[in-house]
Design a protein around this ligand. Structure first.
Ligand code: IDP
Ligand code: MG
Length: 140
């Protein structure tokens, strides 16, 4: 078993519907601890930079517009195998394909407004956590 940290973002579709608590409950029920958290408005530059791996994808501009359309809650989640565990708790990108009981199956509106982001690898988790948090802001 490996204790890991991963970067989570509760997206604008969820903050607008006042369901951040319900989403955090899923993380906690799944054994993940919220060890850092901040509610922010992403700037256009931050959103473009954060999602730069998707620059060439047809949905990139829409995604950046969506992610800056309202507040987001950025979090560091910690736990055993936190990166994969969080992806399991989130469910598939497209809520139509997400397993029952996952965040996206229960709360996502569509493939874009899918309520949460989660890092997809150890390497990206480290990069994405450092994008938003200093080590001193993370408290296990
Ligand atoms: P992930 O969030 O499950 O890791 P990615 O493929 O990394 O999925 O895509 C990043 C985000 O881009 C998704 O969470 C979603 O908000 C958006 N996205 C992905 N695919 C599509 C699409 O086909 N149409 C519109 N938006 C998409
Ligand atoms: Mg991804």
């Amino acid at each position: 078993m490996t204790l890991q940290r991963t970067l989570s973002i509760i997206k604008p579709d969820a903050t607008k519907r006042n369901i951040t608590g319900k989403i955090i409950q899923k993380f906690e029920d799944g054994g993940l601890f919220v060890v850092a958290q901040r509610r922010i408005l992403l700037t256009q530059d931050q959103a473009e930079d954060f999602y730069s791996v998707h620059k060439e994808r047809p949905f990139y501009n829409d995604l950046v517009n969506f992610m800056t359309s309202g507040p987001v809650v950025v979090q560091v989640l910690e736990g055993e195998n936190a990166i994969q565990r969080n992806r399991d708790i989130m469910g598939a990108t497209n809520p139509k394909e997400a397993e029952k009981g996952t965040i996206r199956a229960d709360y996502a509106l569509n493939i874009e407004a899918n309520s949460v982001h989660g890092s997809d690898s150890e390497e990206n988790a480290a990069i994405e956590i450092a994008f938003f948090f200093d080590e001193g802001e993370i408290n296990s």
